[in-house]
Design a protein around this ligand. Sequence first.
Ligand code: P6P
Length: 339
Amino acid sequence: DNREDLRTDFKTLTSDILHRQQRTERATGDLTILLNAVSSACKWISNVVRKAELLKVIGVTGSTNVQAEEVKKLDVLSNQIMCNLLRDSGKTAVLVSEELEEAIFVDASERGKYCVCFDPLDGSSNIDCGVSIGTIFGIYLVKDTKAEPSVKDVLRPGTEMVAAGYCMYGSSTVMVITMVGSNEVNGYTLDPHIGEFVMTHRNIKLGKKKIYSINEGNAHTFDEAIKGYINSIKFPPPGHQGKFTPYTARYVGSMVADIHRTLLYGGIFLYPGGKLRVLYECFPMALLIEAAGGKASTGRGRILDLVPDQIHARSPIVLGTKEEVEAVEEWYRKTNAGK
Ligand code: P6P
């Protein structure tokens, strides 16, 4: 029966990770095991995120559980799921989490050679109003497998990451991931009935839609370059007579949602104020956007070249369609803003 809707040749994240291992010289299978731990953690977080409201309503967790403990907030729970599954994989040496002040250095007895920087549930302030949220991760290989792991293993440029991605918990659960060097970004949608991430977005490349995404509520803090660029896409240039097509404004306020749209449709996302974190928001998203044919900048240069000075370092970020990011960089050169 060759009915088109009965696809039987679907690919899964699990099979893609295994095939990548087979194609990689001297692959030990460690990254395969690590990525499967990330995938399992995201399935579990998805399950908990989707039940959270219900659990509160039906009182299973209510505001206190049987030990009369305050029910864990979703981002705390998501952090514990990520830390436990990553540590349990036996393939990690250093864990950096948005939820933890200090890095975790995995005990020698269960230590591996990878460092995972992650935000277990980014955008969690949006949970109660049903906005898409997500887990963001970036992976480094330790600098020296024979040395004691240290914070030096993660205070490195984003160009040294080996893999990065996010899992968005929205109308469906979608894992978007890139293996550095593949120049490919693939998206996989979770089929909760078979528990597999099934490939739904093959080799994502940015679209060309004229969309801009920025929190205009911060306009009073924008420097001359950002003001100049935003005005140039909202209003016709002085003396312009012809037809002017302004950009469309789209801002969710949850990074995974704003980046997912930018990856699929194109456009530009800007967070000029130094709010977003380098290791587990800026770097992973920059790797995805570059692999999908876009550009990711601080406004003055390639953001992946930054070296964070501490694990929760922040940076301004402008990313999306190459021409748009280059226009912002040009505004910085012209106005020499923020010097
Ligand atoms: P603002 C969510 O709190 C977050 O960390 C990112 O997911 C999002 O892009 C940004 O902050 C939104 O910040 O200041 O516009 O609410």
